[in-house]
Design a binder for this molecule. Structure first.
Ligand SMILES: NC(=O)c1ccc[n+]([C@@H]2O[C@H](COP(=O)([O-])OP(=O)(O)OC[C@H]3O[C@@H](n4cnc5c(N)ncnc54)[C@H](O)[C@@H]3O)[C@@H](O)[C@H]2O)c1
Length: 349
């Protein structure tokens, strides 16, 4: 496959499309696309490369809206032949591999987490090698553990995670880098912090509290936090997360001194996000009841050092805590209004 005319936003031209030299846009498959990150990524990539060139997939039955928004197929990442058929039928060039069991869910079903996060990844790597795909696999702050430096956590340091999620993600980073060096696979990986979004529910991670607080504040509910008030974790608003992914996906190979980078936007504690949310909802009532997720959070980075991503391909975040609170409440208000309008229309029929 010929090289892409890729140009990172930092070193290149923002808004330039990243097409195949023959003029065709890349055809992209997203696995696990009905989770927290997939729907937004599909929207972003479809705006850049055309609706029909971005194939969403998952094992979940899609809503009517998803089916109407563009191509959607069933793809179980544990079924190599099923993936192979999709790559061949849709002539896939790039693969974004989102399917995973997240940290808290993974601890509840370790054998399944091993299958999905490790065996599934093996299928994706082998497939990408066989069909010469550019492959993006997200990693996480959960790929670090209690022996890693936590404030700040550099790009390359000790990684001895204590969750099956973290173990599977370190495995993914190492296997991808191995395939890159051994077979020339175009493997790209970002370690994301907790991602905060308004339109999809989080998938069972340790940072989910930072999404829940916005919903509870909007609904006028009490917010019960499963972490202690002073637990600091790195975070990112979803628009920044998806933009970083795209910028990494199109960064020219020669700019990538690493194949795995830390990226982040901010770090805060529950009491800090509570204070920021109370700027909008001063009456928010909060209780703290730490559970098993506290033990996970206690081993994760507090502040993530993403200076290498900023240096090599120009990563820059746009949203800090204050800006994120504003956009989250704007989005939730708009979504509520749309739901009310739909209910009104239905009752009028
Ligand atoms: N959301 C975050 O805060 C965050 C942070 C760091 C890294 N990540 C990584 O980003 C990726 C996407 O995260 P997310 O939050 O959207 O996850 P999510 O849990 O919301 O979605 C994961 C999707 O994988 C699908 N899946 C499960 N088993 C599958 C199988 N056998 N075959 C195909 N699909 C299967 C699920 O149906 C689900 O839709 C994950 O790899 C995650 O580790 C997410």
């Amino acid at each position: 496959m010929a090289a892409w005319r890729g140009m990172a936003a930092a070193g290149g031209v923002v808004g330039v499309r990243h097409y195949h030299p023959n003029g065709d846009p890349p055809r992209i498959l997203i696995t696990g696309s009905l989770g927290q990150l997939g729907t937004g990524l599909a929207k972003l990539l479809r705006e850049k490369y055309g609706t029909k060139n971005v194939i969403m997939s998952d094992i979940v039955k899609p809503t009517k809206d998803i089916v109407n928004s563009g191509p959607y197929v069933f793809a179980d990442i544990l079924d190599f032949k099923c993936l192979q058929e999709i790559v061949v039928t849709y002539r896939i060039d790039w693969l974004v591999h989102f399917s995973a069991l997240l940290s808290a869910i993974g601890e509840q079903n370790v054998p399944l987490a091993i299958r999905v996060n490790i065996e599934g990844l093996h299928n994706v790597m082998e497939l990408s090698k066989q069909y010469n795909l550019r492959v993006f696999v997200p990693s996480t702050i959960g790929a670090f553990g209690p022996t890693s430096p936590r404030n700040p956590t550099p790009n390359i340091t000790i990684q001895r995670p204590r969750t099956i999620y973290g173990v599977s993600k370190v495995h993914g980073e190492l296997l991808g880098e191995y395939y890159h060096h051994r077979f020339g696979l175009d493997f790209r990986c970002l370690r994301f912090p907790g991602v905060i979004s308004s339109d999809t529910q989080p998938g069972g991670g340790t940072t989910d509290y930072a999404v829940q607080i916005f919903h509870d504040a909007m609904e006028g509910r009490e917010f019960e936090c499963y972490l202690r008030p002073t637990t600091r974790l790195p975070m990112m608003y979803i628009d920044d997360c998806l933009r970083s992914l795209w910028e990494m996906l199109v960064a020219p190979s020669e700019k990538l001194r690493q194949r795995t980078y830390n990226v982040t936007a901010m770090s805060f504690t529950p009491e800090e996000v509570v204070a920021a949310v109370r700027q909008h909802f001063p009456d928010l009532h909060v209780t703290y009841r730490p559970d098993s997720r506290q033990n996970i959070a206690d081993t994760w980075p507090e502040v993530f050092d993403d200076s290498e991503a900023r240096r090599d391909w120009g990563w820059q975040h746009h949203y800090d805590l204050k800006a994120m609170c504003t956009i989250m409440f704007d989005n939730l208000r708009r979504q509520n209004q749309q739901e009310q309008q739909q209910l009104h229309l239905q009752s009028a029929r």
